[in-house]
Design a protein around this ligand. Structure first.
Ligand SMILES: *Cc1c(COP(=O)(O)O)cnc(C)c1O
Length: 381
């Protein structure tokens, strides 16, 4: 027998009531029953996104909403600023390039957060001489564990004609993101991270400023056309068959989140992150993003002589505790412990104790229990 624990930055564990909702008999989507769910879910999403603007549900993984942002806001030949400090920042560049949009790249050292002033400079003096129409950013760069100061960026972008787009696929519903108050024109997210659902749904919010761009955008699109989505939403409908089961499960997740309240959710994530970070430091490990660590995932450098890939594999295949390894250039060099969504203090304790066990087996020198002690002390505060 083996029990499995999931501490990855997507998918994240599913609460029992959300899992149960998916086992119910299917209903048809063009019915008053489903419309009632859709109405509730739309209100719940506005609450989570902290917006009064429309939030659309797309049937895709999170990247579908990223693609929707690009094709609905821009036209081929436009230019857009892309902040690249990791694997997911890179995705904005790839998406822009795929649709003939010139990416104005702000390269950020992996493990560091972008300086908002760099965005101001790039908006004022773009290298292509085309005025950038959008600024693409990432709330939590999941590949490096870095959190971005979206509030500060919002103040800068607000003063220009450009729209601010935030990839909040990891982070929404876990750390604070005030879509309206911070001037986020388009916020995209996905179901399998902070929202505690399986993968399969993507979300995209839209401001009034975003709609000015959407109405003028000429990129080719069909499935992700937000004008069609808007027409359907106005009559509490969807343009195509929605992922009915996932939407019903979402209504359960949103109920839980509304019961908790945003402040408590953010506090819980910070506590899990604080405990994880303290444990890593107590074990003599080095955080990959010591100055800009996010509260949803902690990236840790594999210590000298320890193969990060092997560490992750042993934890998963021998003990059933799944954390994430490093991506791209960080493969084998970091491991990542997620503390996002349906995660509580004893999940973190399990993760740390398994990490200690495997580090010890691999020959890393430290005082056994030091990480657990540091985490417990944070939880006891
Ligand atoms: C997970 C993630 C994505 C990708 O989402 P998919 O659901 O795999 O398409 C994009 N950006 C960030 C920051 C993520 O964490």
């Amino acid at each position: 027998m083996r029990k499995n624990y999931l501490l990855t930055p997507g998918p994240t564990p599913i609460p029992p009531q959300v899992a149960e909702a998916q086992a119910r008999p299917i209903i048809h989507h063009r019915t008053p029953q489903f419309q009632a769910v859709l109405k509730e879910v739309n209100e719940g999403l506005e609450f989570i996104f902290q917006t009064t603007g429309d939030v659309f549900i797309l049937t895709s993984s999170g990247t579908g909403a990223m693609e929707a942002a690009v094709v609905n806001l821009l036209s081929p030949g436009d230019s857009a600023i892309c902040v690249e400090g990791g694997k997911f920042g890179e995705r904005w560049i790839e998406l822009c390039s795929a649709y003939g949009i010139t990416p104005e790249v702000i390269k950020v050292e992996w493990g560091k957060a972008v300086d908002p002033q760099e965005i101001r400079s790039k908006l004022q003096a773009p290298s292509s001489k085309l005025k950038p129409k959008a600024v693409f950013t990432t709330l939590c760069e999941t590949s490096t564990g870095v959190a971005t100061d979206i509030e500060a960026i919002g103040k800068i972008v607000k003063e220009t004609d450009a729209v601010l787009v935030v990839d909040a696929i990891s982070g929404l519903g876990a750390v604070d993101l005030k879509t309206d108050a911070w001037g986020v024109d388009v916020c995209v997210s996905g179901s399998q991270k902070g929202l505690m659902l399986p993968p399969g749904l993507a979300f995209i919010s839209t401001s009034i400023k975003a709609w000015e761009k959407i109405n003028a955008a000429k990129c080719p699109k069909y499935y992700f056309d937000l004008k069609a989505a808007k027409k359907a939403l106005d009559s509490t409908d969807t343009p195509f068959t929605p992922a009915i089961t996932l939407v019903i499960a979402l209504s359960e997740a949103l109920k839980m989140m509304r019961q908790d309240g945003l402040e408590n959710i953010f506090k819980r994530h910070k506590l899990m992150a604080d405990a994880t970070r303290a444990a890593m430091i107590a074990l003599g490990l080095e955080l990959f993003a010591p100055t800009a660590g996010s509260d949803v995932v902690t990236a840790v450098k594999a210590p000298a002589g320890i193969d990060g890939e092997k560490l992750v594999k042993t934890m998963r295949d021998t003990y059933g505790v799944t954390i994430a390894g490093g991506q791209a250039e960080l493969k084998g060099k970091v491991f990542r412990i997620a503390h996002m969504g349906f995660i509580e203090e004893f999940d973190i304790i399990v993760g740390i104790s398994c990490l200690e066990k495997v580090l010890r087996q691999m020959g890393y020198k430290f005082e056994l229990g030091a990480g657990l002690k540091a985490a417990q002390e944070i939880f006891l505060r």
